[in-house]
Design a protein around this ligand. Sequence first.
Ligand SMILES: *[C@@H]1O[C@H](CO)[C@@H](O)[C@H](O)[C@H]1NC(C)=O
Ligand SMILES: *[C@@H]1O[C@H](CO)[C@@H](O)[C@H](O)[C@H]1NC(C)=O
Length: 424
Amino acid sequence: MKAAVILSVFLSVFHNTQSLLPPRFQWKILDYAWEGHAREAALASGAYIPENNMPTGITRWKNKLFITVPRWKKGVPSSLNYIYVNGSQNQPLNPYPSWSEAFVSDKSCCISSNSTVVSTFRIHVDKCDRLWVVDNGVADMTKALKQITAPAIVVFDLNNNRLIHRYVLEEDVLRDSSVLTSIVVDIIGKGCDNTYAYIPDMGSNALIVYSLGGNEAWRVENHYFHFDPHSGVYNVGGVKFYWSDGVSSAVLVPSKKTSSYRDLYFHPTSSTKQFRMSTRLLRDESYGAENSFGVQVLGDRGPMSQATACDYDHSHNVIFYTQLSRNGVSCWNLDRQMTVGNVPLVTSDCTILEFPSDVKIDKDSNLWILSNRQSRFLYGSMDFNQINFRVLTAPVGKIIKGTACERPSTVEKALSFIIRPKSQ
Ligand SMILES: *[C@@H]1O[C@H](CO)[C@@H](O)[C@H](O)[C@H]1NC(C)=O
Ligand SMILES: *[C@@H]1O[C@H](CO)[C@@H](O)[C@H](O)[C@H]1NC(C)=O
């Protein structure tokens, strides 16, 4: 008995060591690829305060790795940026689509171009090579909150770096407490025009649905978009804090039937449960009001498993979750029941993965993870002589090997199908 316990402990330690990833990019402090003497000028004017820049979101497209820097504090020169995937480990950020369009100072009255992104947390690249950004439009979020421009959805064509569309969100879909944390995109049929975007509003417990074809947006509310009072306490990087954050991230899973509707898997940040609802309801503008029907509770990832972000890998049918309180990333194979044992932590390190903030899967089925020491940045103090921000990457197949996230056998699959709740 004792030997078996020791052996399994040994194996799990071994597995963690195996899957520990070396950082691909890492920074002590964020800097930008300034032109001419702009850096000195920005430092002097306060448009760039290095220690106030913290990355929260990533996404890869070809040789670009996009990195977002929200305006939590003053002195963020550009919120939407990229680095080169084949570039150096601590390279400076390049504002997107250009310096003149991306630069915003805290004193700005308004945006200089419709391509300007004032403040964004997480972004999305779709299969039509479009970059989807939800701009909160605010500066200095934590102190003297200032609305520089109205919240908007901003879409770029990555092949020519041109703006496709800026859609300004009307006041009726927002609330005073709105915080738009991410965006997930649903392309219907063959072309690229019939597209919907679903935007979690973590601050006011809603999903905002945008139809590109109809160029309109509406608000969907549901009791399951709210936080779980049992999951509000966090302890990350030696900082204890309390968050009552609602729905913050979601992924779309292809429908197995010939329907044009898909299942949206979502969760609030301050929750350990996984929920699912059909896009049939979200795309129905009359659903709107405060509901609780149409949502299925699929299971619980277990204690301390709150996640700021998740992403879905189609080729393995796996969702990955950032695990704040566990300094790592966990995953769940959708062919299995969601139980604590079926959501293993596949990589974890209390230094390298302190506060994993975003997780993304690229087109080649690589997992990308961003960690940012956010609890120290917001509630404690940062040591800029240490590495604070890291990007790690590994092929999904490699990282889930030997874990419960691997494809189950035919027998396992048949069994779980029998006991699984039916899809919409
Ligand atoms: C990165 O790749 C581009 C082509 O995509 C190439 O022009 C550039 O020289 C490469 N940079 C490095 C540092 O290898
Ligand atoms: C943004 O686009 C709108 C609508 O096309 C236009 O009226 C407005 O002038 C543009 N704003 C800027 C700053 O270019």
